[in-house]
Design a binder for this molecule. Structure first.
Ligand SMILES: *Cc1c(COP(=O)(O)O)cnc(C)c1O
Length: 354
């Protein structure tokens, strides 16, 4: 069976040697030495100022809203994983959708500017499939209207724009280290910010608001544990291999399928991380036909993202997000992971080009 993705598993001996260390110390969680080591190594690798490890990418988003003290309306994209919107609702914030660009699948900055209201406090764009948003235009809009910017960068680990980490844009960026993501810690995530005060506040928030033994702030529990950090340290050792193998597979899809299918247009000046390979079909009917053909061969691409989030039953939304709905109905992410063999990829490509 060929799935859309397969979790990367590092050398088991290496992982075991970390587990033995955890057993010896009997320190399992609460900012242990492996969590601290992983934070330091990720900060260096990504080239970011503050990075706080947390228990998952969804709580990372919620913590960003809490840290920035958001209370009202946030403009976001309807074309993302459900957690982008549901995290807002979980914090009692109102998501307001703005439509995407049909080629990049990211928030369209011109549309975004039109959707700002007196209640808007922040913008929550997503670097969809690791493709950088129009970060400069978004920064200009945010500055003009005095809005905060939080990037859901769950897919953007390792992506660089103009030679530096895409995570350095906005007030806060969040990552997901879920097992299915390019870099993972089984479950996990991170919050990145250039603002030291905000970083300090987030460190209290993830640990019940405790400062030493005193309770100063309202907080939650979002700590990463040592077993997860150990997995992260092992996966990080292999990150260059992960990125280069994914690039080879992704480049082959691109050269074999361009002209035959609509492909995501990657932002200029980008070192892309090849986290996903989506193709856009002519229609939902065409998509179902292709999906069925692949499924018969035990190949399982994924309708990612479907449905468009402006159809969620728990979100009030007046406007139909035309581009997002159109892309959602006709997009399919192809299998892309370390270990996908040439024969397997050839079978996928042959099926798609026949
Ligand atoms: C995976 C993902 C999340 C949620 O991350 P978890 O670690 O699974 O909680 C949020 N946003 C996007 C765009 C994602 O793909």
């Amino acid at each position: 069976m060929i799935n859309v993705t397969k979790s990367y598993l590092p050398d088991i001996e290496k992982y075991n040697s970390y587990i033995e260390k955890i057993y010896k110390s009997a320190w399992l969680t609460n900012n242990g030495s492996l969590v601290r080591e992983l934070e330091k190594r990720l900060k260096d690798y990504l080239g970011v100022r503050n990075l706080i490890l947390v228990s998952n990418g969804t709580i990372a988003l919620e913590l960003a809203y809490m840290a920035l003290d958001l209370k009202k309306e946030v403009i976001t994209t309807p074309f993302s994983f459900v957690a982008t919107t549901s995290s807002l609702c979980m914090r009692n914030l109102s998501p307001k959708f703005s439509d995407i660009d049909e080629s990049s699948f990211n928030l369209c900055p011109q549309e975004l500017a039109k959707n700002i209201s007196p209640n808007t406090e922040a913008i929550l764009p997503v670097h969809v499939f690791g493709n950088p948003c129009s970060v400069e235009e978004i920064a200009d809009i945010a500055q003009t209207h005095n809005l905060k910017v939080i990037y859901d960068a769950a897919h953007a680990f390792g992506t660089k724009y103009k030679g530096e980490s895409i995570l350095n844009y906005g007030d806060v960026s969040t990552l997901s280290f879920h097992a299915t993501k390019l870099f993972h810690t089984i479950e996990g995530g991170a919050i990145i910010t250039n603002n030291d005060e905000l970083a300090e506040k987030i460190r209290y928030l993830i640990n019940f608001g405790l400062v030493g033994e005193k309770i100063f702030h309202l907080g939650t529990n979002a700590k990463m544990n040592e077993f997860e950090a150990a997995m992260g340290l092992c996966v990080l050792d292999d990150i260059e291999l992960i990125l280069s193998e994914r690039k080879i597979i992704s480049d082959k899809y691109r050269s074999s399928l361009s002209g035959k299918y609509n492909l995501q247009e990657i932002m200029r000046d980008t070192e892309y991380n090849h986290s996903y390979f989506p193709i856009v079909l002519e229609s939902e009917k065409h998509l179902m036909e292709i999906k069925e053909k692949l499924n018969k061969l035990d190949i399982f691409p994924r309708r990612y993202f479907y449905p468009s989030l402006d159809t969620l039953p728990y979100v009030l939304n007046e406007k139909v997000m035309k581009n997002s709905r159109k892309i959602s109905e006709s997009i399919l992410c192809l299998p892309l992971y370390v270990g996908l063999t040439e024969t397997e990829q050839d079978l996928i490509i042959d099926t798609l080009t026949k």
